[in-house]
Structure formats: C-alpha cells, structure tokens
Design a binder for this molecule. Structure first.
Ligand SMILES: [Cu+2]
Length: 409
C-alpha cells in the first residue's frame, strides 16, 4: 500500500461570510469652497451612472449563470436517463449510482488492508513474448466481473475474462494481427484498437451478447497503443474496465535492447460507494466532473509498492505506458532518477526522442515509452507526478538490486 492520505473529508474551501467594508465614503470633498455643491452634484451623478451600469452587468451575469446552470442540469438529466438507452437497466449501473453525491471514497480501506495488499497477486507488468509466426492471433473475451481495485475495494466491472486491464498484447512491427472479440457480457460491446488503420464502422462495430467479431490489421506503426471498448457511452465502458495495451515492437535494431520491459496501463475509477461491503458501481456524475476515487497502474492501487518491479543495477529498463483514462493524463516520473530516453506519444522514431528529462505526460488515450538505466541499488517510485494521482493509488516501485524494505511516496 502506498501511503494514502485519504481525502475522505473533502474541504470545499467555503469562505467565511465576511461583511464587506464599503470602499468609498462621502468624505474627502472640501465643503468650504463655493463650488463644492456643484462638485458634489457631479460626483453623485457619476456614481449614479456607475451604479446603474453595475446593476445591468450583475443582472446579465445572473442570467448567464442561471442559463449555464439550467444547461448543466439538462445535460445531467440527459446523461442519467441515457437518452433512449436507460443506463439504470445496465448491469453494473444502478439508477442510484448516477445520483452523484460526489462523496469521495478515495482511500477507503478495511482494517486488514495491508494483509490484503500483500496477498494480492499483481497484474503481470512484464511484457509477454511476441507470438511466433506471421500472424498474431489475439482472442479477447469481454465479461462482467467483480474486480478488486484497491485492498478490499470491490468494483462491479465490465471488463475482460481476466479482469481489468485486458491482457497485454505484444506484436512485431509489420506483423498481421487477427483480433477475435467474444462478448460474454450482458450488453453490446466492441473493441477499438488504436494501433489499427481500419474502417471503424466495420471492425469496431458493436457485438451482441454471446456473439463474436473478427478482424485483422497490419501493425504498421510501432509504439504502445490503447485498445478499448468503443460502445456508447464510451466514457462508461472505459471507466468500467474495458481497456488494455498493445505493444508494437519496432523493427530490430531501431531501439537499444532493453533488459527489462514493463507495461503499465494507467486509469481512473469513479465509484458510487466505498466498495468495501458490496461491489461499487460506476458513477457518471463523478466521471463527468473528472473526480476519481481511485487511480491505478494496471487496475489496482499501489500494487507494485507491495510487489515491486525489479531490475539489476545498470540494466536498461523500458516502460511502455498507456493512459487508458478515460479522462485524466498521466505525468510519468521516476523518483530518484531522470528518464534517459523518452519517446513521447510512443513515437518510436529515435530522432524524435527526448533525452534526460524528468517527467513526460501520457495523454488519455495515448502512450509513452521510457528508458531508464539506474546504477545505484534502491527503491525508485514511479508515479504520475500529478500528485493527487499518487494519493489515489497511481504509484509503484522499481526495486533496483537486492535491497530490503519498502518506501512510500
Ligand atoms: Cu463495452
């Protein structure tokens, strides 16, 4: 567990009601001069005009604010009713879940959280091998599953047979990729691969429950790419866990050989309850406000703090990072070192790489690749340096060498 400073009691920064002292008074005008009355009359007239102008401004601002509020309420009502599709009927989406109290459940934890974090089996961050042969045959199964996103915090996800994120897919640049998506969920879903150049209305079409879709694309573009369900409302399908990463390994010789390759998928979670007793569900109001309860690497708060990723001193470690969002960027940073080489936006052309930079943003729906070589043994936290994300769980450790203990950051 990272040291989570749970923002359970959220200060809304309410201002005490200070009565304002008037900033002008009748004083200051000489009163023993013969034209003092005329001057007073002029000043009074000017003040009167100013007050009138201010009154008009105030009225128009009230109308604007009122209209904006009405528009927001209409938008919220439209979302809650889901247009012609009632989200209240969907599994993992109760009607009450959209009421949106905006109560934060960040940092909620049972008393045995530490033991649960230790017992948790971390999502495998180590990049799998490339499938042999000319075609990478990728079979994906979508499923409604209850996942754990933090110690003791359960969430009714729409995700993959193995939870969220989906499996890491690793292919070679130029390889054909055959995707077969089977929908074992209760409602239509689809899968959109950012690495593909295909007609989305065909390849990424909705798949009915119990059915499958298959399509192929050639992985022409190297990098690390997001894949996700693209069925409406996309915000909800992504936030519910329907995302993953595909690494398209550049052709041999383009990059220096890495000793370790780790894949991290950053994402945020919006909960309608703390998820401790029964699984939490998606909260659309919080998702629209972009106020997550939890933010994670590979779907579980701080899992690589308890179970660090490892490297030997001097090894080249390559992080392939996707930010699944759905809405918040990840500002990738490793405490105690500098990123030797960064491939922003996962543009793998070495001529475009950055050298020796501290923090690189990975946009929602985008990727980034980061090489580090660390000589000194120690525990090096990797974080999104937008630090609310760390408090909400987007933190892990890279353990370099044979060192003991843990470190919170
Ligand atoms: Cu979906």
């Amino acid at each position: 567990m990272p040291t989570l400073s749970p923002p359970r009691t959220r200060s809304n920064g309410a201002n005490p009601d200070h009565p304002r002292t008037p900033t002008y008074s009748a004083g200051g005008i000489p009163h023993d001069e013969s034209d003092s009355h005329a001057l007073s009359a002029i000043v009074a007239t000017i003040l009167g005009v100013l007050v009138a102008i201010l009154a008009v401004f105030a009225a128009s601002m009230w109308f604007d604010a009122h209209n904006a509020k009405s528009a927001a309420e209409r938008a919220a009502a439209g979302v809650t009713s889901g247009g012609n599709q009632s989200t209240a009927d969907m599994p993992g989406m109760s009607g009450s879940g959209t009421a949106g109290s905006m109560t934060s459940y960040a940092g909620a934890a049972p008393s045995n959280a530490d033991a649960l974090a230790t017992a948790h089996e971390p999502f495998p961050a180590a990049m799998p091998a490339v499938p042999a042969g000319p075609i990478a045959d990728v079979k994906l199964v979508l499923k409604d599953v209850t996942v754990e996103i933090a110690p003791g915090v359960k969430y009714a996800a729409w995700a993959w047979a193995g939870g969220a994120p989906g499996p890491v897919i690793h292919v070679r640049q130029g390889q054909m990729v055959k995707i077969t998506l089977t929908n074992d969920g209760a409602i239509p879903h689809s899968v959109d691969f950012h690495a593909a150049r295909v007609a989305p209305d065909k390849a990424f079409r909705d798949v009915m429950p119990g059915e499958s879709v298959s399509y192929t694309f050639r992985a022409k573009d190297a990098g690390v790419f997001m894949y996700h369900c693209g069925t409406k409302p996309v915000l909800m399908h992504i936030a519910n866990g329907m995302y993953g990463a595909i690494v398209v390994e550049p052709r041999a010789g383009v990059l220096p050989k890495a000793d370790k390759n780790y894949v991290l998928v950053a994402s945020e979670w919006y909960l309608n309850s703390d998820g401790l007793k029964s699984p939490a569900q998606f909260d659309m109001t919080k998702a629209h406000a972009r106020t997550p309860d939890w933010m994670t690497f590979n779907g579980y708060s701080g899992q690589y703090v308890k179970h660090p990723l490892t490297a030997k001193p001097g090894e080249l470690v390559r992080f392939w990072v996707v930010d699944a969002g759905p809405s918040i960027d990840t500002d990738f940073h490793i405490v105690g070192t500098v990123l030797n080489t960064a491939y922003p936006f996962a543009d793998m052309n070495p001529a475009h790489a950055l050298n020796n930079v501290q923090t690189v943003s990975v946009p929602a729906g985008g990727g980034g690749v980061f090489d580090v070589k660390i000589d000194k043994p120690g525990l090096y936290p990797f974080v999104s340096h937008a630090f609310a994300a760390v408090d909400q769980g987007q933190v892990g450790l890279l353990k370099v060498g044979d060192v003991k203990g843990t470190m919170s950051h």
